[in-house]
Design a protein around this ligand. Structure first.
Ligand code: BDP
Length: 605
């Protein structure tokens, strides 16, 4: 049975969450012997490695960094005696890209998809008042039936390596926190909120899913801990008088306390911090609380030195400080759902998030991000592997929406990045993905997908699925770069004119535009890769953006330099960052600070 095990682990009067983060035993399975030799019962001769973290960048051997296959993790966890009679689970923030979990040698869970949480319910498996052995087999191989898409290549020397169909390093392992959780048998499984305003008040339509039939109560507290509203029942409405709306830069959060009760007895209790806002697309505008907003910000990555894609609480703090300093109000979780703590922080800071599922690489070309600009036509969605891929993709959409649906910061779902759209076969695939997101989201947020360079007004068969269009465009970089930039601007305007001519009456935002730039390079006059060229390129793009009223946002690629697979196009990673990988500003950061501080939130109203 698959339950929606997405509630963030918390301590309450009825629940316990014990962090299992720390040094775990670790071993790469070079000979693929782990299964046969029962490593599930304990890993022989292990190393020690931190969790959460990607395993790749700790070691000095290239074979380890490039390791593709099974890796094993192990730890011992104490389960208190007083937990007997409750449900006990091991909850993983993620395991990239797939995992099997063994507790005391017994298989407790298997999970596919590397960027969303899952739990192994171990109530019947654990020994109480004793240490229990948790062994996790994580596999990091890429293929074309799971997301993100890629291949695993076997070299003639027998070694395996990852060939991603995407432009970020295939970091993997236990990259997010692991918790041992205990909760009552009759418990809150999930809840959702939909907001509406009536004069100065908010009406919150809520629904709570529980595993039993006892009464549910909800109480709402403001930031001063004053109770402002309450309700009884699994479903209903709560009126919050004189509501403080959640908005950009003002992440006002109410504390919702949910209880299952039996008279005076509390059977289960959960709480969450909820921002109250509405989001919709109307005509050419994206509206927050009924008012037009212009998106300013970044495509990002979870990526930093040494820990790779591992959740890094210090880096998260620094990233939000940099975003506030520069005047950004939005980021896209390119190209996968991020760690839960990042959405909590965005809720708190009043930063908007376009939440993207890991459907990247749905384009039949290993170097799709390069070949896209050549106009090459492929037929990814005609492959026999598509039904299986769709199944995995839909599951990830369901899990992402289940996990993130109550976050005020999440204003839209991005359902794919740079898929192929020029072939008829993509249409039914898109229809299913977009329908699923609409059906699953109680708040019916806008849906979009990021369109690759060759998805153009004249040939794209799927743009109409998006509630607002999201374009990834590199005029002046991958095409017509350097001294040809004036032609790039003309070509860019031609495309925008062609979109305008469609009279879609929809907003369009840029989810990517950018130029690789060395933080060391200054050139007068500019050349490509110099900091001066990055600014000239950005100025050109912004002249275009400022000329069209339906362009409702600009998310530059990328917030910071990030790691990729090595190759002739990448010098130790992608250098399109406005900040370096260490989160120091390039010259362009000062340019943006000036631009964004002068662009009002309701720009182009
Ligand atoms: C786009 C991809 C992004 C790449 C970027 C680039 O969506 O992942 O990193 O281009 O080439 O194609 O920098």
């Amino acid at each position: 049975m698959r339950t929606c095990q997405m509630l963030y682990p918390r301590d309450t009067v009825t629940r316990r969450a014990v962090s299992m983060d720390g040094m775990w035993k670790f071993r790469l399975d070079w000979q693929q012997q782990g299964y046969e030799k029962d490593w599930k019962d304990g890993i022989p001769n292990p190393d020690l490695i931190p969790v959460p973290a990607s395993f790749q960048d700790f070691y000095t051997e290239k074979d380890v960094r490039e390791f593709t296959g099974d890796v094993w993790y192990e730890t011992d966890v104490f389960v208190p005696g007083e937990w007997e009679g409750r449900e006990v689970a091991v909850r993983f923030g993620c395991a990239t890209h797939r995992a099997e979990v063994y507790v005391n040698g017994v298989k407790a869970a298997a999970h596919e998809g590397g960027f969303l949480p899952f739990s192994a319910v171990v109530t019947e498996i654990v020994r109480y008042n004793a240490f229990n052995k948790v062994v996790v087999l994580v596999n990091n191989e890429l293929n074309v039936t799971s997301i993100p898409c890629g291949e695993t290549k076997v070299l003639s020397n027998g070694k395996k390596m990852s060939k991603p169909y995407f432009d970020f390093y295939n970091y993997s392992g236990l990259q997010r926190s692991v918790n041992l959780i205990a909760y009552p048998k009759e418990h809150i499984e999930d809840f959702s909120v939909i907001h509406e305003f009536e004069g100065q008040d908010a009406i919150v339509h809520y629904s709570v899913e529980t595993t039993g039939s006892h009464e549910v109560e909800i109480q709402v507290f403001d930031e001063g801990s004053q109770k402002v509203a309450s309700a009884v029942g699994k479903e209903g409405e709560i009126r919050i008088p004189d509501v403080q709306k959640w908005s950009v830069g003002k992440g006002y959060l109410y504390r919702f306390e949910i209880r299952i009760v039996d008279g005076m007895e509390v059977i289960d209790e959960y709480y969450d911090q909820i921002g109250i806002r509405t989001v919709e697309v109307r005509g050419k505008d994206i509206l927050l609380n009924g008012e037009k907003i212009y998106l300013k910000g970044f495509g990002k990555h979870e990526d930093s030195d040494v820990v790779g894609r591992g959740f890094n609480i210090g880096m998260m703090k620094r990233d939000f400080e940099c975003m506030k300093w520069i005047g950004a109000n939005c980021f896209r979780t390119s190209h996968y759902p991020y760690s839960e703590e990042i959405y909590q922080m965005a809720d708190r800071e009043g930063i908007l998030v376009i939440d993207e599922v890991a459907a990247v690489g749905l384009f039949k070309s290993m170097m799709n991000f390069l070949e896209a600009s050549t106009g090459k036509q492929t037929a990814f969605f005609e492959e026999p592997t598509i039904p299986k891929l769709l199944e995995n993709h839909l599951q990830c959409i369901e899990d992402m929406i289940c996990r993130d649906k109550n976050h005020a910061c999440v204003i839209a779902w991005s359902l794919l990045n740079e898929p192929e759209t020029t072939n008829e076969a993509s249409v039914p695939y898109f229809a299913k993905v977009f329908e699923a997101a609409r059906a699953l989201d109680p708040q019916k947020r806008p849906r979009t997908f990021a369109m690759v360079m060759n998805s153009l007004p004249q040939n794209c068969k799927c743009y109409q699925f998006s509630d607002f269009l999201s374009l990834n465009r590199y005029y002046g970089w991958y095409t017509l770069g350097g001294y040809e930039i004036s032609d790039a601007e003309a070509a860019f305007r031609d495309e925008m004119d062609a979109w305008a001519a469609k009279e879609m009456n929809k907003p369009l935002i840029f989810t990517e535009y950018g130029a690789d730039t060395s933080a060391m390079e200054h050139k007068l006059p500019s050349v490509m890769w110099s900091q001066e060229y990055q600014i000239e390129y950005l100025e050109m793009c912004h002249r275009v953006f400022d000329s069209y009223d339906f362009i409702a946002g600009e998310l530059v690629w990328n917030f910071a330099d990030f790691q990729t697979t090595e190759g002739i196009m990448r010098m130790d990673g992608n250098k399109k960052g406005i900040f370096t990988r260490q989160r120091q500003p390039k010259l362009a950061a000062y340019y943006y600070k000036k631009r964004w501080e002068n662009i009002p939130l309701d720009y182009k109203k």
